[in-house]
Design a protein around this ligand. Sequence first.
Ligand code: ATP
Ligand code: HSE
Length: 325
Amino acid sequence: MRITTERVGVRVPATSANLGPGFDALGLALHLVDDLELEATTGRVEVTVEGEGAGDVPAGEDHLVVRALRRGLDHAGAPQAGVRLHCRNRIPHGRGLGSSAAATVAGLMLARLLVSEPEALDDQVLLDLATEMEGHPDNAAPALLGGVVLSWTDRAGARAERLDLATPGDRAQRGNGAGQSGSGTAQEPAIRPVVLLPTARLATSTARSLLPETVPHADAAFNAARAALLVHALTSDPSLLLPATEDRLHQEYRAPGMPQSVELVRVLRSEGYPAVISGAGPSVLVIDGAGPDLAPLVRRVVDDPRAWRIARVGLSSTGAEPVVP
Ligand SMILES: Nc1ncnc2c1ncn2[C@@H]1O[C@H](COP(=O)(O)OP(=O)(O)OP(=O)(O)O)[C@@H](O)[C@H]1O
Ligand SMILES: N[C@@H](CCO)C(=O)O
């Protein structure tokens, strides 16, 4: 295997994992992207960062994108090279929006774009390697594939299935009786994700350390039913999103690390919004937040509303993709 391309670029989306009951299994891609350009050189590693993480993330071999690139090149049997990497980051770090998965998937895809036989790093390989680096596939899978993705692991590695989402037409048919057609185009998904984004950060490792080793059987059964219902709600009947996004496996356990986020989820849900903690938090995801202004509710709950941003980012149907550098 050789490195045959010198300059490559990739665009990768933010993701929101769990979606309530689908802990480590469900996730969706958002219209919020990092853009990366890489040049293979004979020199050392040089990393420059604009936007999120600038001045914060390592600038050398320890940079997560570089680590993922190295992992991809090793897996393909390609030689390691010097790199000049430039990152234009828009995905905030440590907020539950899949920044680490985006960086990992981006590094692996940059490796694919550099080598002479890119099929050695096909989507299945990239998903396996990203899952190995992340520890779970629920952010990496939608970062790679786009849309809403169900992922799991078995002995062979990571697996992912993209859901065929309900459209506004499906919703109208449910509401008005069969035969009615909804507004909007047939392909447009019915859900409009909105992210409530705090300035505070919570590392995924910290949020995972708050989880118990074991959970009551009744809570596991509760989540199994809700996760199955959520797939039905997303693919056929979005009117069920509120009951389908209930969770007993992670959100409340993590409240000590993000009390205002968990309270915001409680209040939004009591007002009828299918709100969940986004990934490991502390952002809040309203899976379908089209319609009324959410700002008054945020102002009612949080101590400092100026520390929260409402981002109507929407769902991205595309995952990581090459861009011409
Ligand atoms: N674009 C990036 N470039 C380099 N390092 C990054 C990048 N994005 C994330 N990281 C590293 O990953 C850390 C954040 O990862 P973490 O898993 O804690 O949060 P997250 O991925 O933003 O959230 P979640 O996994 O809950 O969606 C950052 O502090 C940084 O060290
Ligand atoms: N499923 C993961 C997502 C964050 O990486 C968690 O909640 O810890």
